[in-house]
Write a protein that binds this ligand. Structure first.
Ligand code: NAI
Ligand code: MG
Length: 358
């Protein structure tokens, strides 16, 4: 039996998670995965109930689970709360508590939505990128750090640091992912200038020996930022440290032009969390307008990475392609003036498209 902890969160969270849950339940029944799903509170919903954005019971639920599904947290209602009592703190503490060190962010073009991309169709037609970003090290956590006054002048400083074990474990995640895809791994660094990333390049090159069938290349981060716009289809898996990945994964997501379509996974040792990349969209919350496909595709990633159910992951992804082929669109991905359907109808359409009856 596998345990799944579900945190719907705030805003559109409950709506998109309910749609994704229907898909997960349908797969669970058809594949006989024997899942045990429990729901918990995080973010603003938890603040309202208990004055804590991540109550101990929620963290416990997540720690005991094989995988966590999260909708989104936050909204204007909690914007005036003090920093430690903001909904996002719940999410940050959850990620930290689960020690999730690998962030997987696919940026895939859906051919049916080619027009949504800000780039010309011929540039993005074949885009299918997976950004693998290290999450627990780098300049965000390095010591020393701080603000000080030296000789009457204010100074701020941070330290970029990685040790070889941290690099090795994220490199293995990226190589394994590349093995299951088009077998090309591009590692991003700034080895010409920064020692910590020179070590990054060295260690990634060593790890490559374990994966002879994966083709490894290296690219400086500034060039990678340019190539993502100039010729994004050249990339399969992009491996990055924490700060470069923060920036490049957001850049890559914009290639698709459809924020409501993109899933993510954050992996640790025997633990994982799956969530759409978008936020709680308070502007459309509670109106049955949200696109549930990013969350449904996050469920597909969970089937792949946590439940050892690759064929079922592919089935969910194919079902999403099928509803798009059928012309079904939520408002965010519809052409101006074209007919739209709601969150519930989109979720039900994906369940139908799974086609478990034959
Ligand atoms: P957002 O991603 O929530 O919304 C940006 C725009 O995209 C909005 O116009 C929204 O309606 C639209 N959108 C987002 N997801 C959509 C979906 N599934 N279907 C249709 N349209 C969708 O980002 P924003 O507005 O900056 O943040 C809103 C709240 O969400 C804030 O409180 C923010 O802190 C929080 N947030 C939470 C995140 C998380 O839980 N991981 C990530 C980003 C923001
Ligand atoms: Mg970011």
């Amino acid at each position: 039996m596998k345990k799944i902890a579900i945190f719907a969160g705030d805003g559109i969270g409950p709506e998109i998670v309910a749609a994704a849950r229907q898909v997960l339940d349908a797969v669970d029944q058809a594949a006989r995965l024997g899942l045990h799903c429990s729901e918990g509170l995080v973010g603003g919903a938890a603040l309202d109930a208990s004055d804590d954005p991540l109550p101990a019971a929620s963290l416990q639920l997540a720690l005991e689970a094989d995988a966590v599904i999260l909708g989104a947290v936050g909204g204007p209602r909690w914007d005036a709360y003090p920093p430690a009592k903001r909904p996002e703190q719940g999410l940050l503490r959850l990620r930290k508590g689960l020690d999730l060190y690998a962030n997987l962010r696919p940026a895939q073009i859906f051919p049916q939505l080619l027009d949504a991309s800000p780039l010309r169709p011929e540039l993005v037609r074949d885009v299918d990128i997976l950004v693998v970003r290290e999450l627990t090290g780098d300049i965000y956590f390095g010591q020393p750090r701080g603000l000080e006054v030296v000789d009457g002048k204010r100074r701020g400083f941070n330290t970029m640091v990685y040790d070889e074990d941290e690099i090795r474990r994220i490199a293995h995640v990226a190589f394994r992912a590349a093995k299951g895809r088009r077998k090309q791994l591009c590692s991003v660094d700034k080895a010409n200038v920064l020692e910590s990333t020179r070590l990054w390049r060295e260690v990634v090159t060593e790890v490559a020996q374990d994966y002879p069938d994966v083709q490894l290349s290296h690219m400086y981060v500034d060039n990678a930022a340019m190539q993502l716009i100039r010729a994004p289809a050249q990339f399969d898996v992009l491996l990055t440290g924490n700060i470069f990945g923060d920036i490049l994964s957001d850049e890559a997501s914009q290639l698709t032009g459809s924020i409501g379509m993109l899933p993510s996974a954050s992996l640790g040792e025997g633990r994982a969390m799956y969530e759409p990349i978008h936020g709680s969209a308070p502007d459309i919350a509670g109106q049955d307008k949200a696109n549930p496909l990013a969350t449904i595709l996050s469920v597909a990633m969970m089937l792949r990475h946590s439940l050892d159910a690759e064929p079922w992951a592919q089935r969910v992804e194919a079902a999403v392609q099928r509803v798009l082929d059928q012309g079904l669109r939520t408002a965010d991905i519809a052409a101006p003036g074209a007919p739209v359907i709601g969150t519930k109808a989109m979720g039900a359409a994906v369940v139908d498209a799974l086609n478990f009856k034959d």
